[in-house]
Design a protein around this ligand. Structure first.
Ligand SMILES: Cc1cc2nc3c(=O)[nH]c(=O)nc-3n(C[C@H](O)[C@H](O)[C@H](O)COP(=O)(O)OP(=O)(O)OC[C@H]3O[C@@H](n4cnc5c(N)ncnc54)[C@H](O)[C@@H]3O)c2cc1C
Ligand code: SF4
Length: 450
């Protein structure tokens, strides 16, 4: 049933909920709400399609003018959206079913220290997820020699490398190394699994439906003036529509949700983090790390991690990377950046603080040291394009919210279930933590509003 359309006898008893976005937070929130509400998932993008192009052919075209600007990737791969926030940094996210989880390298880490410090214990949610999502480190037995050698080098340097847990069914993984371009074999888990389960429980999925704003009305609760959502205003194939709902759950991601809230008259905090990524690369002939498990292990430093990673954005668009793809070996630095940045209806403003730049420089030195021990001259290393794909933090939870997981600037029946709620940058993969958080948010909605 479309929101606003005629309800069936069974649905008449249920309140209507819209879940905005079908990524890490949205898909699980929709699944947990389906059955208790009549749920519609509103997704701005289309059905996700992995990139099917021939990388070998594209490699030969890299010197043409088509490959000057990372934003052009959308012409080849429509699900991936790249936004330039400064001359030196681009943001990457997905606009399709499954959200950015469909572009992920499937790392599954529990990163809830900051939430625990605020008294938010998601232990039960993580335990439930561990039974539903296939997480393993089985990839270790498949590593290429160069990865084994890098791991030993990190051990020899006392860097304590750890295997990365992955959401992958390794019986089906072809080790193509193209996780960030979408998995063509279906081996990689992404949140479309939860989305299908939500639909199986009766949720309605509306793709190409972009939410512009939440429609609000004034009301009185407990003698106090308050705001309440009456539904959402969407743009659907060029037409604007109002979809009524008694519950609105925003899970449009760290960039989408604050923009919707701003268009609804609700300001979020200027605390955007993005976890910037910078690769330090070297030419290692026939290392073939483009066909390796991405991020197979990681080393943890102060506010950063380092992990082997073939960076497709740099390979395609950065002139310093014009080497044969089988000959590039790269170490990614993922930074836990300062919480300083703005998202509103006009766009994103985000830069690096002096501390961020210093941390990146320190981590780059560690990468060069690893390469040196590995047998590469540090002067011959080259840098990648600074890109970031973990936006969040503009509606940070404090643990002191009057209602659990419900920031007090939100109207009574509007919840957020995505990375916007994270109190601080993780500098680590956030999907598992966002899913645990969204699951709890859905439980709160069921308890309060169903
Ligand atoms: C290349 C890459 C690799 C990554 N690898 C990993 C990894 O291995 N492990 C990990 O933990 N994390 C990884 N991440 C990060 C992770 O994917 C994201 O942090 C996570 O998916 C964010 O979840 P979310 O629910 O906040 O937003 P998203 O998953 O981005 O979902 C937001 C959804 O909302 C939709 N949307 C946006 N605006 C609107 C609107 N106005 N109306 C309707 N719908 C809208 C979008 O289309 C999208 O479906 C990676 C990120 C990138 C870019
Ligand atoms: S490496 Fe494995 S999980 Fe990643 S895209 Fe290829 S087949 Fe899928």
């Amino acid at each position: 049933m479309l929101p606003g359309g005629p309800a069936t006898a069974g649905e008449q008893a249920l309140k209507r909920a819209v879940v905005v976005g079908s990524g890490a937070g949205g898909a699980i929130a929709a699944r947990e709400l389906a059955g208790a509400f009549s749920v519609s998932v509103l997704e701005a993008g289309r059905e996700f399609q992995p990139f099917h192009g021939d990388i070998g052919r594209i490699e030969r075209l890299r010197s043409t003018r088509l490959f000057l600007e990372p934003r052009m990737i959308q012409l080849m791969f429509p699900a991936m959206k790249v936004t330039r926030v400064s001359e030196h940094m681009v943001l990457v996210h997905a606009l399709a079913t499954g959200g950015t989880t469909a572009l992920a390298t499937a790392n599954a880490l529990r990163c809830d220290e900051a939430l625990l410090q605020r008294g938010i214990d998601l232990g039960n949610e993580f335990a439930a997820l561990s039974t539903e999502v296939p997480i393993s480190t089985e990839h270790e037995s498949r590593w290429r020699p160069v990865t084994r050698e890098l791991f030993s080098t990190c051990e020899a340097l006392g860097l304590n490398p750890a295997l990365t847990p992955k959401m992958v069914d390794y019986a089906r993984c072809t080790q193509c190394g193209r996780c960030v371009l979408g998995c063509r074999s279906g081996a990689k888990w992404d949140s479309r699994v939860f989305l299908r389960q939500a639909v199986g429980r009766g949720a309605q999925l509306l793709t190409q439906t972009k939410v512009e704003r939440v429609a609000l009305e004034e009301t009185v609760i407990g003698g106090h003036a308050a705001q309440r959502a009456t539904g959402v205003v969407v743009r659907q194939r060029g037409r604007r529509r109002f979809l009524p709902a008694e519950l609105v759950v925003l899970a449009a991601g760290g960039l989408g949700t604050p923009a919707i809230l701003d268009r609804s008259g609700i300001r979020t905090e200027d605390r955007l983090f993005v976890d910037p990524v910078l690769c330090v690369a070297a030419r290692v002939d026939t290392g073939r790390t483009d066909q390796e498990v991405p991020m197979p292990f990681f080393v943890e430093g102060c506010d950063y991690i380092i992990s082997p990673y073939f960076d497709y954005l740099s390979f395609l668009f950065n002139p310093a990377w014009r080497h044969p793809r089988h000959d590039i070996t790269a170490l990614m630095i993922k930074l836990a950046d300062s919480q300083a940045g703005t998202v509103d209806r006009h766009g994103v403003r985000k830069g690096l603080s002096a501390r961020d730049k210093q941390t990146l420089a320190t981590a780059a030195d560690v990468c060069r040291e690893i390469f040196k021990r590995f047998g590469v001259r540090p002067e011959s290393t080259f840098l990648g394009t600074l890109n970031a794909g973990h936006p969040g933090g503009t509606l940070p939870l404090t643990g002191a919210e009057p209602a659990p997981l419900h920031p007090d600037r939100l109207p009574v029946n509007v919840y957020v279930a995505d990375a916007s709620l994270l109190p601080q940058s993780l500098g680590k993969p956030p999907i598992l933590t966002i899913m645990a958080l969204a699951r709890r948010v859905a439980a709160e909605c069921r308890a309060k509003l169903a």
